[in-house]
Design a protein around this ligand. Structure first.
Ligand SMILES: [Zn+2]
Length: 146
């Protein structure tokens, strides 16, 4: 057994993270994917084939050149923030999501938030969409405002 590399705390919530091995394909010989997952907020590092050490390295030092992954990370962080804020204020939660460019449940899915508790953000984005529609309707028919 080699000594496991230290896994740094989650950069979103400071929670403790662990590295999971996920079997790839149907046969053992196809090897495993490795991925670090935060125990607390479920943030995920990149999925790396066959190397636990590389998965931990990638979690500890996310590549700044990977712009898409970075912006997705920011989006995921914003979704988590909105989840935390929502019990206090739907309005603030909607603002956080809006600032991250998230306007629907499918937006949250696209950036990889399936694992998070997005169910209680459904109402927030639904209300955002209702407001947007109302605004569009008013803009289309300014004479009938009210
Ligand atoms: Zn976390």
């Amino acid at each position: 057994m080699t000594a496991a590399l230290p896994i740094e705390p989650c950069r979103f919530c400071g929670g403790k993270a662990k590295c999971n091995a996920l079997r790839r394909g149907n046969y053992r010989r196809e090897g495993d994917n490795h991925q670090v997952v935060c125990n607390k907020c479920r943030a995920r590092g990149p999925l790396i084939q066959d190397s636990q050490a590389a998965a931990i390295e990638a979690w500890n030092r996310p590549s700044p050149s990977d712009k898409k992954a970075h912006s997705d990370d920011v989006g995921v962080g914003m979704v988590i923030a909105a989840t935390i804020i929502r019990p206090q204020s739907d309005v603030y939660a909607a603002e956080v999501l809006g600032a991250a460019g998230i306007g629907s449940v499918s937006d949250m899915r696209m950036i990889g938030c399936d694992d998070y508790d997005i169910d209680h953000l459904r109402e927030v984005v639904a209300e955002m969409q209702r407001k947007r529609r109302r605004r569009d309707t008013l803009a289309a028919a300014p004479g009938e405002a009210g």
